[in-house]
Design a protein around this ligand. Structure first.
Ligand SMILES: NC(=O)c1ccc[n+]([C@@H]2O[C@H](COP(=O)([O-])OP(=O)(O)OC[C@H]3O[C@@H](n4cnc5c(N)ncnc54)[C@H](O)[C@@H]3O)[C@@H](O)[C@H]2O)c1
Length: 240
């Protein structure tokens, strides 16, 4: 049985990933800074920890080594006009989203079997999103980190990829104003907001042994939103 560690596991996308990987037969370590992570104790080993705490993360990795899969999902966000963003906003987002991913990935890679897989949860917004420059920059950094890790860990056949979700139905979405949520729904080509399970399916593939030859890639899972097109009413073509 392979061992998979998932961060930010207590709710939302992370919880969906834990449920999926447990169903796929992994021994799952579900890590979060919230104590509600223990609700998952029937299907996973649950640990309360902060991804920014290197010593704590190292001790957890030591306890569960050797690892086969790491999913770096813990993340935070907020929205603010660019003119009002503070350095603290930037630090907060980079500390969790980027540095937290680096810490967990590094401590994990040190204790990972050759042939392991790492999946970093970025965001479709790495390509740009309104009023969240600090978040966008932190997720673009996760994409860069993913590509660099894929190179550096390739001699050990560790495949490192990112999944970049579009808008997903979690608390991270619900904190936004109803107007912003409605506008985001209008962007979805497939006509609905994503569910955590939609993201978990993509993660499950990249994390699996079936992913033998994909590394350093960013898989955008956004219901087609990044195609940048809506539908137009049908009309007869003037050309023929
Ligand atoms: N929901 C979306 O629309 C969306 C879109 C794109 C990307 N994402 C990304 O997906 C990931 C999960 O987001 P979500 O929507 O499920 O959010 P969420 O807020 O519902 O869940 C995030 C989880 O991460 C945990 N967490 C936060 N900081 C932590 C820390 N320092 N240490 C340990 N755990 C920590 C939280 O406690 C929470 O359980 C994030 O990286 C987020 O940026 C979400």
């Amino acid at each position: 049985m392979e061992t998979a560690l998932v961060t930010g596991a207590a709710r939302g996308i992370g919880r969906g990933i834990v449920e999926r990987l447990a169903g796929d037969g992994y021994r799952v370590i579900a890590l979060d800074r919230l104590d509600i992570v223990h609700e998952l104790s029937a299907i996973a080993e649950t640990i309360m920890a902060d991804v920014q705490d290197r010593a704590g993360i190292a001790a957890i990795m030591e306890r569960f080594a050797p690892l086969d899969v790491i999913v770096n999902n813990a993340g935070i966000t907020s929205t603010r006009r660019f003119e009002d963003l503070t350095e603290q906003d930037f630090r907060d987002n980079f500390d969790v989203n980027t540095l937290g991913t680096f810490i967990v990935a590094q401590e994990g890679a040190r204790r990972m079997r050759n042939g392991g897989r790492i999946v970093n949860i970025a965001s479709r917004s790495f390509a740009g999103a309104p009023q969240m420059a600090h978040y966008v920059a932190s997720k673009a950094a996760v994409v860069g980190l993913t590509r660099a890790m894929a190179i550096d860990l390739s001699p050990r056949d560790i495949r490192v990829n990112a999944v970049a979700p579009g808008v997903v139905d979690t608390d991270m979405l619900h904190y936004m104003t109803p107007e912003r949520q409605a506008a985001m729904l209008g962007w979805q080509l497939l006509g609905r907001i994503g569910q955590p399970e939609d993201i978990a399916r993509a993660v499950a593939f990249l994390a699996s042994k079936d992913n033998r030859y994909i590394t350093g890639q960013v898989l955008i899972v956004d219901g087609g939103r990044s195609l940048g097109q809506g539908q137009l009413p049908p009309e007869p073509s003037p050309y023929n």
